[in-house]
Write a protein that binds this ligand. Structure first.
Ligand code: UTP
Length: 291
């Protein structure tokens, strides 16, 4: 099976759930502790050795481009001050070949993916949504790596499946399961944000995928609903003909495009960081005692 060498990160949404900050700051630039979300996402690609990354940005998202570009003054200063550790942090964004394309009108996720057509050149690619943070502990397999392995075995478009229960089911795309074998879920139907009663299983679709080469052309043939083309419509067609699989994953997922998810991610990362752990743990205990 051909190795996946390209990744697409859609980061051009309007971020209406996170106004007013998203008026001027694109959601993927919101910082979790000291790093913008989008940098964590790009770093996930180290686990699958993907270097070529396309970020789909909205017009005027210069701050994302700046983050991945050179900062000559800063880098010179860090080097001359002997702050090599900080210099390496500044360089961390530069080991990937990051390019950008503008999505002129925010007409949905499928619209963002179509902007990547010239970049993917008919090849399968990794798709990572710019507002979800996936975190694997040492010894765990990162989600995108697991998906690439499943794609390698099956050659089929591969989704990440997260188990959710109750009312939360209606927040996500949902999968119908034909069979499950060796950790691979064979999907036979997709429904978009079902009510609890209409859900096909407890498996929700989250923002990590390996997208097969055929999907780009499929998106062009789909009929828009509410003026939008839905990626899940393409998945449903693939599912019906037995060409869609999914897998669970190790580690945690944070929806940083949602206020509560964003705060949770910051708390968790502050507790992971040696620099802040003690102080924040004490602070949380103090607060919790008063709840
Ligand atoms: P969301 O569904 O979270 O939409 O997008 P959104 O516009 O970013 O945020 P809300 O719901 O209005 O608060 C999921 C992912 O798809 C990207 C977003 O940047 C995010 O990473 N996206 C969405 C695009 O790139 N273009 C779009 O037109 C829509």
């Amino acid at each position: 099976m051909k190795k996946i060498t390209k990744a697409v990160i859609p980061a051009a949404g309007l971020g209406t759930r996170f106004l007013p900050i998203t008026k001027a700051v694109p959601k993927p630039m919101l910082s979790v502790l000291d790093k913008p979300t989008i940098q964590y996402i790009v770093e996930e690609l180290e686990s699958v050795d993907i270097k070529d990354v396309l970020i789909v940005v909205s017009p005027g998202s210069d701050v994302i481009k700046k983050h991945f570009g050179a900062a000559e003054e800063l880098e010179k200063r860090l080097l001359s001050d002997g702050k090599t550790e900080l210099y390496e942090i500044a360089m961390a964004t530069r080991k990937f070949n990051v390019s950008f394309v503008e999505q002129k009108v925010a007409n949905g996720l499928a619209g963002a993916i179509l902007c990547a057509e010239d970049f993917v050149k008919g090849e399968p690619f990794a798709l990572l949504l710019g507002d979800e943070l996936l975190y694997a502990e040492k010894g765990e397999t990162p989600c995108i790596k697991r998906l690439a392995e499943v794609y390698g075995k099956t050659g089929k478009t591969t989704l990440a499946a997260m188990e959710v229960f109750g009312d939360d089911l209606s927040k996500y795309g949902n999968m119908g399961v034909k069979t499950e074998k060796d950790g691979i879920i064979y999907v036979d139907r997709i429904v978009e944000k079902p009510s609890v009663n209409d859900a096909l299983s407890n498996y929700a679709i989250i923002g990590r995928y390996i997208i097969g080469a055929e999907v780009m052309d499929m998106l062009k043939t789909l009929t828009p609903r509410n003026n939008e083309i839905y990626l899940t419509d393409a998945f449903d067609i693939l599912a019906a003909r037995g060409d869609l699989v999914a897998s669970g994953f190790e580690g945690k997922r944070y929806d940083v495009g949602d206020k509560a998810g964003y705060v949770k991610a910051n708390i968790e990362f502050a507790l992971k960081s040696e620099e802040t752990r003690e102080e924040i743990a004490g602070f949380i205990k103090e607060l919790a005692a008063k709840l």
